[in-house]
Design a protein around this ligand. Structure first.
Ligand code: PLA
Length: 465
C-alpha cells in the first residue's frame, strides 16, 4: 500500500490548523495523521490555499480514524465489563471497590433516599452552580475533613472547589501543580490506586514512586518509604492516601504518621492527600481524617482530594472536592480563583444533585447521625466478611501458612499477594473477578461465598506459579 506523502508546507498548514482546500471546499484541519490515508484513485487531493501543487491525499473509502489503535481495558473498571459477560452462576465481582449488600446487590443509603425526597419536595431548581460548586457543600466538606472548629477554617485558609468526585478533584489538583509548580515531581506509593499514574500523566506532571509495601512482611515498608521521601529533591510533592490505602489496605500507625509529617516538613515537601474512604475505613469520620488533621495542625500547606463515592454510596453522582489548605486567607482566595480558572474550560461547573445530598445530610443532625450509623454498618459488614474469609483460609489451608494479614488490612480491599497468573486462575477457573495486582474488594463479598473464595485462593496460591 502506498502512503501519501505530504509536503512540509502542507504539514505546517495542518499542524497550525490553517485553511486547506479539499476538492474546492475550504476546510480547516489540525492534527491529521497523514500516514493514515493511502494514495488511491478516488482519494481526494488537498491543496494548500494559494498553491497549485498537490500536497497529500485524504481517503474517501477509509475512516479518518483509521490510525486510532484499540485502548487496553481499564485494569479496574474493565474487570466489571468482563464480569458482565460471564454467564456462570458462580461468578463473583471483587474487582471495583463498590459496596454490596449481603445479597450482593448495590446499596443506596436510606439517608440518601431521605435527602432526595426532601430535595424533591423542596422543589430545588436545576440552574448552573457557580464554577466552584455548591457553597453549602463546600462548607460541609471542608468541615467534615478538618473538623468544624479547625483553625484553618476559622482563618479562611481553606480553598475548596467542588470536583467531579475523587478522580476529578485529583485531576484539578494535578492541573494546578502542572501550572504553578512546573517540573516538580509528585511521589506516589508503590503500589497505588492504578488511576493515580494516569491522572498525573494526563496532566503532564512528572511522577516517581516511593516504596510502600513489603511483600515479605505483607506490611508497610516504613523504612523504605522514609528513605525515598528523604531522598526526593527538596520541595517535592508526596501523594498520600489519607486512610485505607488502596490497594494494600495498610496504613501507617499514628506514630508513623507523625514521623512522615516531620520528614515532609523538614524537607520542605508538600503533601497531597487522597481521601477517598473517610468514615469507611474505621467507621469514624474523625479517625479516618486524623492523618490530614495532623499535617494541618502543624501549619503545613496541603492539597486534599475528597470523594463521596464510598462513604455516601454516591458513586455515579460524581461528588467530591479539592481543598488547598494554605498559609493565609489571601493565598487561599488566589488559589481558589485559579482552581476555578482550571475547571471552567474543562467542564464549566460541577453537577448539583450529589452536592445537595451531601449538604442536606451533613446539615441536618438527625440525617447526619443516620449517615454515621449506615457507614458503620457498611464498614462493619466488610469487617465481618474479612474475619470469615480469614477463618475459612486458616481452616482449609493445612500448610500452616499465616493468613493473618487479611485481618490486619483495613478498608474495602484485601491485597492477597496473588500474582498475575494466580489472579488469572481465580477468574478463568473460579469465575472470581479481581484486579491483576492480587487485590480483592471485600465490599463485593458476602458470608455465604467466603468458603468458595477461600478454595479459589488456596488453589491459585499453591497450584499456580
Ligand atoms: N482515590 C482512590 C484511592 C480510590 O480508590 C478511588 C476509587 C478514587 C480516588 C476515585 O473514586 P471516585 O472518582 O469515584 O471518587 N477507586 C475504586 C474505583 C473504588 C475506581 O477505580 O474508579 C477502585 O476500585 O479502586
Amino acid at each position: 500500500m502506498t502512503t501519501a506523502m505530504a509536503s512540509s508546507a502542507a504539514l505546517t498548514a495542518l499542524a497550525s490548523g490553517q485553511e486547506v482546500l479539499r476538492s474546492g471546499v475550504t476546510q480547516k484541519f489540525s492534527g491529521l495523521r497523514v500516514a493514515a490515508f493511502p494514495l488511491k484513485k478516488d482519494n481526494v487531493a488537498l491543496y494548500v490555499k494559494g498553491k497549485s501543487t498537490s500536497v497529500m491525499s485524504v481517503a474517501t473509502d477509509v475512516s479518518r480514524f483509521e490510525s486510532v489503535t484499540m485502548a487496553p481495558a481499564d485494569p479496574i473498571l474493565g474487570v466489571s465489563e468482563a464480569f458482565k459477560k460471564d454467564n456462570s452462576e458462580k461468578k463473583l465481582n471483587l474487582g471495583v471497590g463498590a459496596y454490596r449488600t449481603e445479597d450482593l446487590q448495590p446499596y443506596v443509603l436510606e439517608v440518601v433516599k431521605k435527602a432526595e425526597k426532601k430535595m424533591l419536595e423542596g422543589g430545588d431548581n436545576k440552574e448552573y452552580l457557580p464554577i466552584e460548586g455548591l457553597a453549602a457543600f463546600n462548607k460541609a466538606t471542608a468541615e467534615l475533613l478538618l473538623g468544624a472548629d479547625n483553625a484553618a477554617i476559622k482563618e479562611n485558609r481553606v480553598a475548596t472547589v467542588q470536583g467531579l468526585s475523587g478522580t476529578g478533584s485529583l485531576r484539578l489538583g494535578a492541573a494546578f501543580i502542572q501550572r504553578y509548580f512546573p517540573g516538580i515531581t509528585v511521589y506516589i506509593s508503590s503500589p497505588t490506586w492504578g488511576n493515580h499514574k494516569n491522572i498525573f500523566n494526563d496532566a503532564g506532571v512528572p511522577w516517581k514512586e516511593y516504596r510502600y509495601f513489603d511483600p515479605k512482611t505483607v506490611g508497610l515498608d516504613f523504612d523504605g518509604m522514609m528513605e525515598d521521601i528523604e531522598n526526593a529533591p527538596e520541595g517535592s510533592i508526596i501523594l498520600l492516601h489519607g486512610c485505607a490505602h488502596n490497594p494494600t489496605g495498610i496504613d501507617p500507625t499514628p506514630d508513623q504518621w507523625e514521623k512522615i509529617a516531620d520528614l515532609i516538613q523538614q524537607k520542605n515537601h508538600m503533601a497531597f492527600f487522597d481521601v477517598a474512604y473517610q468514615g469507611f475505613a474505621s467507621g469514624s469520620l474523625d479517625d479516618d481524617a486524623s492523618s490530614v488533621r495532623k499535617f494541618v495542625a502543624r501549619g503545613m500547606e496541603v492539597f486534599v482530594a475528597q470523594s463521596y463515592s464510598k462513604n455516601l454510596g454516591l458513586y455515579a453522582e460524581r461528588v467530591g472536592a479539592i481543598n488547598a489548605i494554605v498559609s493565609s486567607a489571601d493565598v487561599a482566595a488566589r488559589v481558589k480563583s485559579q482552581l476555578k480558572r482550571i475547571a471552567r474550560p474543562m467542564y464549566s461547573n460541577p453537577p448539583v444533585h450529589g452536592a445537595r445530598i451531601v449538604a442536606n445530610v451533613v446539615g441536618e443532625p438527625t440525617m447526619f447521625d443516620e449517615w454515621r450509623a449506615e457507614m458503620q454498618m457498611m464498614a462493619g459488614r466488610i469487617k465481618t466478611v474479612r474475619q470469615r474469609l480469614y477463618d475459612e483460609l486458616s481452616t482449609k489451608d493445612k500448610s500452616g501458612k499465616d493468613w493473618s494479614f487479611v485481618l490486619k488490612q483495613i478498608g474495602m480491599f484485601s491485597f492477597t499477594g496473588l500474582n498475575k497468573a494466580q489472579s488469572d486462575n481465580m477468574t478463568d477457573k473460579w469465575h472470581v473477578y479481581m484486579t491483576k495486582d492480587g487485590r480483592i474488594s471485600l465490599a463485593g463479598l458476602n458470608l455465604a461465598k467466603c468458603a468458595y473464595l477461600a478454595d479459589a485462593i488456596i488453589d491459585s496460591y499453591y497450584n499456580i506459579q
